[in-house]
Design a protein around this ligand. Sequence first.
Ligand SMILES: *Cc1c(COP(=O)(O)O)cnc(C)c1O
Length: 420
Amino acid sequence: MNLSERDKAVNWHPYTQMKTADIIPIMRGEGVYLFDDQGNKYIDAVSSWWVTLHGHAHHHIAKRVSEQLNTLEQVIFAGFTHEPAVQLSENLLKLLPENQRKAFYSDNGSTAVEVALKMCIQYAYNQNHQKTKILALKNAYHGDTFGAMSVSGRSAWTQPFGEMLFEVVFIDAPTAQNLESLKKYIQTISDEIACFIYEPLVQGAAGMLMYQPEDLSELMKFCREQKILMIQDEIFTGFGRTGKLFAADHLSEQPDIMCFSKGLTGGTMPMGITTCSLEIFNAFLSDDQYKTLFHGHSFTANPLSCVAALASMELLVKEETLERIDLIAEKHSEFVKILEKHPKVEKVRQTGTILAWEIVSNQQTSYFNDIGKLLYKEFLKRGIILRPLGNVMYLVPPYCITGEELDSVYHHIIGVLDHF
Ligand SMILES: *Cc1c(COP(=O)(O)O)cnc(C)c1O
């Protein structure tokens, strides 16, 4: 049996209808490229589900992780600590809004969100406040565990579990037009609201829906006045995707809590981090044992993941990486002008290195839109991995992509749009 057949015999893939699944074995990765078992190479234009920052099998990260493997691979993080975790928290917190002062480790994006939600709910509980409602944005995506699903928009993905998800108040993403009515509405229920969770500027999984930093800043300012805690989910937007290091760098207000994963380790190792302000942290300091945050995962602050994150962040803040990020954003802006004129394209949008547009179709916009599947196959044939969300197409390239490689991706996009 070849690798595909052996895979089919034993593996169950994520977000995949296994009855019709077509799974490609990847033998190795190098920079922006992935190589399959037939000798084909693909440009990874979606950064392997938005995680890869500097390209595949990056030597610097590989070297640091392999050195760490021979020093300390894992240690229980309750009662113990290690240099990589201390250094990583120091380095990360320095790049965040200055109110972010403590880091809590977990091992993926969904768990980083679970931790953030628990911090907010228990923050109220520890002070004998009765606040259990959560505010979230319509179309939000915060992960696939039950708490994270609850604060995500209701969709085909959450439908089988609908009855079991806790109550959340969903509001529209803020715009100049709806801000005043949003504020009025929130004010009527603000006493019961423990926190507001949001993906800043870009709602990724919903189809790269974008909204403006001024409008989010204004809504954050209002939440602060209403004493509603804010959880900023930067799992996708963090580490340069929006053109700045964090979406926070576009905003004039500071959140209480922030969530990170995906690009955190450059896409090398699984890791989640939830950071918070001293105000949150201090509400858990007590002689009363019941005020402790009773949460943890076996691999909390795994030293290998910490070192991968340290190595990735060293690369990220280099001048040449920041220039690459600017270059991608500039080239996307030029390509926007071309896309906007294309008869099969509508709703072109861009935030930094994230570019998205919709394919004009008579089917309604939905994750199950068939066009997405056809386009996915067509781009694979052309050696490009693009994974449309329904009729929404998007580019989220790793920062190592060159101008010529980007031009080639754009060229194929127009070629496919012209011909299907
Ligand atoms: C991907 C994602 C998550 C979930 O992260 P996982 O590591 O896949 O659990 C949460 N929030 C946002 C904004 C995401 O894009």
